[in-house]
Design a protein around this ligand. Sequence first.
Ligand code: NAD
Ligand code: ZN
Length: 381
Amino acid sequence: MKAVVYEGPRQVGVKNVPDARIEMPADVLVRVTTTNICGSDLHMYEGRTDLEPGRVLGHENLGEVVEVGPGVVRVRVGDMVCVPFNVACGFCANCERGLTAFCLTTNPEPGVDGAAYGFADMGPYNGGQAELLRVPFGDFNCLVLPDDARERQTDYVMLADIWPTGWHATQLACVQAGDSVVIYGAGPVGLMAAYSATFKSAGMVMVVDRHPDRLAKAEEIGAIPIDDSKTSPVDQVMELTHGRGADRGCECVGFQAHDPQGHEHPNMTLNNLVKSVRFAGTIGVVGVFIPMDPGSPDDLYKQGEIAFDYGMFWFKGQTMGNGQCNVKNYNRQLCTLIHEGKARPSWVVSHELDLDDAPGGYEHFDQRDAGWTKVVLHPAG
Ligand code: NAD
Ligand code: ZN
């Protein structure tokens, strides 16, 4: 089968690899029709991880079921399914409590809970930027889509990761009706957090970034764009909230954050959030701050250790929630919003490409070239 394969820093190729196949009785085999490039793929693409060359990338996947293992009882051949990026078993103590991002079964690496497709350190699972995808524990992991799935694939594919993750950011930040919310990052995840906050009837949504095209997307859904290359985003939030700070804050950048001059500055967004959220406010962090290179135990930066203004965080009595999104907690309800015509998350999509064009798509998205907000690939052409 054709697949997007990691070859080395800033190098991916579209190669022929052995077909994905049913390996365990509970597996489901999906012919992938729509699969996204994600900001999380850039951790591998930019060479920040120890992902081995040859691995198939892609964790935001949708397609048609073409085969099921003998232990599968719910999902059927012909179903259109969207697959959460978390590979979860459904029966461990964490999955039982809805913590599918921290499944105790699916990652064979000792001491690491949780797995994902096409990801460094998140288990051996190949990704779905390919013609076929093997979905372990398919009955649990596949979200069977309604009958309009084939026509609305670019909406439904956002249920694999970025819409639930944006929603998760607002859940962790406890966003409620009427709240003022500041979101750092107008990438696909930040835009989905802004979208989620508007669904929760936030009173005011502010989105911080510096790319005019991304800020314009935020404005499209009624958010206030804050350009941090002009003046301090903290000052701008303070002014908009009459010196009080936002009620809630969401971090949707991760430790690849830049300062306004474009230099890498991993603690920039966390400390800006502490400053721009009010006393006793709440912060949700979904940007990735994981140890990026377990092979470099002496390099604290690569281990995710960053300078955080804990003193101010404590003084302001703020609360923070963080981590990977448990996609299954949200995807069914968000699916209903799409099916009922109440949501159209595909508004973040800027480009739909054939699988063969993935290398160019990665390059443009990685460079944040103007207009390249979210890239969707169609392996089936
Ligand atoms: P992206 O790289 O496309 O977007 C990040 C945006 O942040 C960019 O537009 C960039 O200009 C902006 N940015 C950089 N520095 C900034 C700063 N100091 N202040 C404000 N904005 C700044 O990525 P994405 O796809 O939107 O993903 C964002 C993060 O979310 C990544 O770390 C990704 O790995 C993570 N993520 C987490 C989960 C989860 O489950 N927690 C799921 C998906 C993605
Ligand atoms: Zn993703």
